[in-house]
Design a binder for this molecule. Structure first.
Ligand SMILES: *[C@@H]1O[C@H](CO)[C@@H](O)[C@H](O)[C@H]1NC(C)=O
Ligand SMILES: *[C@@H]1O[C@H](CO)[C@@H](O)[C@H](O)[C@H]1NC(C)=O
Ligand SMILES: *[C@@H]1O[C@H](CO)[C@@H](O)[C@H](O)[C@H]1NC(C)=O
Ligand SMILES: *[C@@H]1O[C@H](CO)[C@@H](O)[C@H](O)[C@H]1NC(C)=O
Ligand SMILES: *[C@@H]1O[C@H](CO)[C@@H](O)[C@H](O)[C@H]1NC(C)=O
Ligand SMILES: *[C@@H]1O[C@H](CO)[C@@H](O)[C@H](O)[C@H]1NC(C)=O
Ligand SMILES: *[C@@H]1O[C@H](CO)[C@@H](O)[C@H](O)[C@H]1NC(C)=O
Ligand SMILES: *[C@@H]1O[C@H](CO)[C@@H](O)[C@H](O)[C@H]1NC(C)=O
Ligand SMILES: *[C@@H]1O[C@H](CO)[C@@H](O)[C@H](O)[C@H]1NC(C)=O
Ligand SMILES: *[C@@H]1O[C@H](CO)[C@@H](O)[C@H](O)[C@H]1NC(C)=O
Ligand SMILES: *[C@@H]1O[C@H](CO)[C@@H](O)[C@H](O)[C@H]1NC(C)=O
Ligand SMILES: *[C@@H]1O[C@H](CO)[C@@H](O)[C@H](O)[C@H]1NC(C)=O
Length: 635
């Protein structure tokens, strides 16, 4: 073969390859492409588990790595610019070779199981703009070399097991806008140079072991979340011009007065403020007219005293207000009437007094959760409370309320199941300024904290008050109610027979009242019942049988004259359970005692002038009399 032939062959091949280049071989790519290919294969070689087969396309024989799943290249240079392996279920370590992908701008490894250290070689990626490693198992320190990635705008390392401090030099990341280090094991203080990052919008250090004081907050910041840390000292103030929208300092050790923060100038854009679970004290200042954008206000579980500030009424946008667990005194100020968008009102465990004002029902019609537990409210429940048709948590326990339980509670359309469109406005997150509500509620005899499932809780707790009268039958139309606690009152009469209609009931406590009659047989229909207490009443007769009821502890029935399993005394001396006493109430009996009717008619004629005439003049006695009459006829 001559040299000419060779030359021809060479140029022929060249021509063909040039045509095919976009489709196959890397020969005509920039010199760095093989580096990228080798680096990707090295990354794959360190991944030991790939349950979804995300990396099957990453193989030796397939040369065009720009087509590999999760890889994006720059069109011009055919170099890797984006690596996105999120939700891949990948198990392994991140190869130091990632530092060879020198054109990388975005690394997205959200929600995998990468462990061991973040390779310091990442510091060589000077083009990197976004490093997202959230939801993995990275350990070790945040590599100091990251401070060399001077184009970094987004650094999200949340939900890993990182230790140590925020590295010095963070101030050199002058493009940084979003810094998320939440849910790690980090410690130390916030380096002051962070406040000089003039593009920083979000700083989220939620759930670590950070310490130190918070002297100032950069005016550019939109979101600051420091909750669940060990920060202390006094609250900072916000200067005029602050861009802050969301501030969460809850669950730290901040002390002193609210005044510096609440009355500072730069608060007008804040929509979300949570200072709960600190050691703040003193009165709540009257500066709330500055907080014109506020939607969520959490001040719970501090040592705040004084009265509820009147100026809270000047935040019409407020939807969630939580001031439970303080030492707040006085009565509910009428200015709260202005909060017509309020969905959650939590004032439990304070020293509040006075009546439950009727305007709660008239003005706060969007309320879903009303918690006034453990205060000193007295008087009766105003019937206007029944206007709160969206309510699904009503906790008035441990007060000094009296009178009857309103019959109109059947107006609660969420609890009765008429309203089924349950948007979960309570979805709670400590970080990122999501709407917040965390609630402690007592169900099934224990106190639990609810957050994201709060929208599903259906609870009515009137326990430890001084309510009297019967349990209204209307209550049994609250078919969605999961927890009903009427314990520790002065209630009389029967347990309504229709209790069996409350199919979703999981917890039922009427202990320590003056209830009489028998346990309704329909109780045995409550299949979800897991907590049950009728102890210390005047109940008689046989305990109805169902797998649930017989499984309850004997102490659920004590202090009555009940018999049958699970109690040890059997029912030999007691008549067969007679359900007519329940049917009375529901109008179900048709047995007629003619002798009794004749005597009533005779008595009626003779007693007409003596009884009926005064009754015509007195309506409530009239109703009571006719109820008695009806009852007698039906015996
Ligand atoms: C990464 O680059 C270094 C030198 O720049 C080289 O020694 C190493 O082999 C490369 N690794 C891979 C997997 O290509
Ligand atoms: C390599 O990847 C290609 C797709 O890019 C695929 O068709 C081929 O089956 C893979 N080979 C192996 C050995 O996995
Ligand atoms: C994480 O990815 C898995 C699939 O690998 C998925 O089932 C899960 O919902 C994801 N978790 C989150 C928080 O996105
Ligand atoms: C940052 O890069 C420079 C060279 O560009 C190097 O000298 C220095 O050690 C690097 N710093 C870190 C913390 O890696
Ligand atoms: C805050 O700044 C604005 C201009 O940015 C100015 O109009 C306003 O008067 C300032 N308010 C106070 C209380 O300093
Ligand atoms: C709470 O405040 C009271 C005064 O109102 C004070 O005596 C008490 O020590 C404070 N408790 C805590 C834990 O700060
Ligand atoms: C109620 O709101 C209006 C404006 O929305 C305001 O003028 C009024 O002062 C507020 N009342 C109270 C008691 O805060
Ligand atoms: C039920 O609630 C509505 C408003 O939601 C109210 O107009 C009505 O009067 C209430 N009914 C009773 C009996 O309270
Ligand atoms: C409960 O309220 C009544 C008035 O309704 C009052 O006389 C009584 O002192 C109050 N009890 C307590 C413990 O506050
Ligand atoms: C009902 O309330 C009483 C008093 O508040 C409490 O002791 C009991 O544990 C509650 N019962 C249930 C089932 O939560
Ligand atoms: C409960 O109310 C009755 C009157 O209905 C009253 O005599 C009694 O003192 C009240 N109990 C408490 C603890 O307030
Ligand atoms: C039922 O209530 C009584 C009185 O409050 C209490 O002593 C008992 O422990 C309760 N039983 C159960 C099973 O909760």
């Amino acid at each position: 073969m001559s040299a000419k032939w060779l030359l021809f062959l060479q140029s022929f091949l060249f021509a063909i390859l040039t045509h095919l280049a976009p489709f196959s071989t890397p020969i005509h790519k920039a010199p760095g492409t093989n580096v990228d290919r080798l680096a990707l294969l090295a990354i794959k070689s360190m991944i030991k588990g790939d349950p979804q087969g995300l990396l099957t396309s990453w193989n030796q024989s397939s040369t065009d790595f720009c087509q590999w799943q999760g890889v994006t290249c720059s069109p011009r240079h055919q170099r890797v610019t984006h690596l996105d392996l999120s939700d891949g279920g990948l198990i392994g370590t991140l190869s130091p070779s990632i530092g060879n992908l020198s054109f990388l701008r975005v690394i997205q490894l959200f929600n995998n199981s990468f462990s061991n250290e973040i390779p310091p070689e990442i510091g060589r990626l000077f083009r990197l703009r976004e490093l997202r490693l959230v939801y993995n198992s990275f350990t070790g320190k945040i590599p100091a070399t990251i401070m060399n990635c001077s184009n970094l705008q987004v650094l999200k390392l949340g939900y890993n097991n990182l230790v140590g401090n925020i590295p010095d030099g963070i101030g050199s990341l002058s493009m940084l806008s979003f810094l998320y280090l939440n849910n790690n094991i980090l410690q130390g203080g916030i380096p002051p140079e962070i406040w000089r990052l003039f593009r920083l919008q979000t700083l989220d250090l939620y759930n670590n072991f950070f310490t130190g004081n918070l002297l100032s907050i950069a005016p550019t910041l939109h979101t600051l979340s420091l909750c669940f840390n060990n920060f202390g000292g006094k609250l900072p103030s916000l200067t005029n011009g602050s861009a802050l929208i969301s501030l969460d300092l809850s669950r730290n050790y901040f002390v002193g007065s609210l005044h510096t923060l609440v009355c500072s100038n730069g608060v007008n854009k804040i929509e979300y403020l949570n200072l709960g679970y600190n050691q703040l004290s003193g009165v709540i200042p009257e500066c709330w007219e500055k907080w014109s954008s506020l939607i969520v206000l959490g001040l719970s579980n501090n040592n705040l005293s004084g009265e509820i500030p009147r100026t809270l009424g000047s935040i019409p946008s407020l939807q969630l207000l939580n001031m439970g667990g303080n030492k707040i005194s006085g009565s509910l100020p009428s200015s709260l009437m202005n909060l017509s968008y309020l969905k959650v009102l939590q004032l439990e465990q304070n020293n509040l007094v006075g009546i439950i004002p009727p305007w709660i029902g008239i003005k706060l019609t969007l309320l879903k959760l009303l918690n006034l537990r453990s205060n000193n409210f007295y008087g009766t429940i105003p019937h206007q409370l029944c206007y709160l048709s969206h309510a699904h948590i009503l906790d008035l326990a441990h007060n000094n309320l009296s009178g009857n339980i309103p019959r109109c509670f059947n107006n609660f359309s969420v609890l009765s199941g008429i309203e089924t469109n349950l948007e979960n406005t309570f979805s709670f997150s400590c970080n990122s300024g999501s709407v917040y509500a965390v609630v402690s509620l007592v169900t099934k005899g224990r106190e639990d904290t609810y957050d994201d499932i709060l929208g599903l809780i259906m609870l009515l707790d009137l326990s430890s008050n001084n309510f009297s009268g019967r349990i209204p039958t209307e209550l049994t139309s609250l078919h969605k109610l999961k927890s009903l606690n009427l314990s520790g009152n002065q209630l009389t009469g029967n347990i309504p027979n229709k209790i069996g209609d409350m199919k979703e009931l999981e917890s039922f406590d009427v202990s320590v009242n003056k209830l009489s009659g028998e346990l309704p047989v329909s109780l045995s229909r409550l299949n979800f019942l897991s907590s049950f207490n009728v102890s210390y009443n005047n109940l008689i007769g046989r305990v109805p049988s169902s797998t649930q009821i017989q499984s309850f502890n004997e102490s659920s029935f004590l202090g009555n004259k009940l018999c049958g399993a699970p109690l040890i005394n059997d029912c030999v001396h007691v008549d067969k359970p007679d359900t007519t006493s329940d049917q009375k109430e529901d109008g179900g009996s048709h047995k007629v005692d003619w002798g009794l009717i004749i005597s009533i008619v005779l008595g009626f004629i003779t007693g007409f002038w003596a009884i009926l005439v005064p009754l015509i003049l007195n309506r409530s006695r009239r109703i009571a009399y006719f109820r008695l009459l009806r009852k007698l006829i039906k015996v």
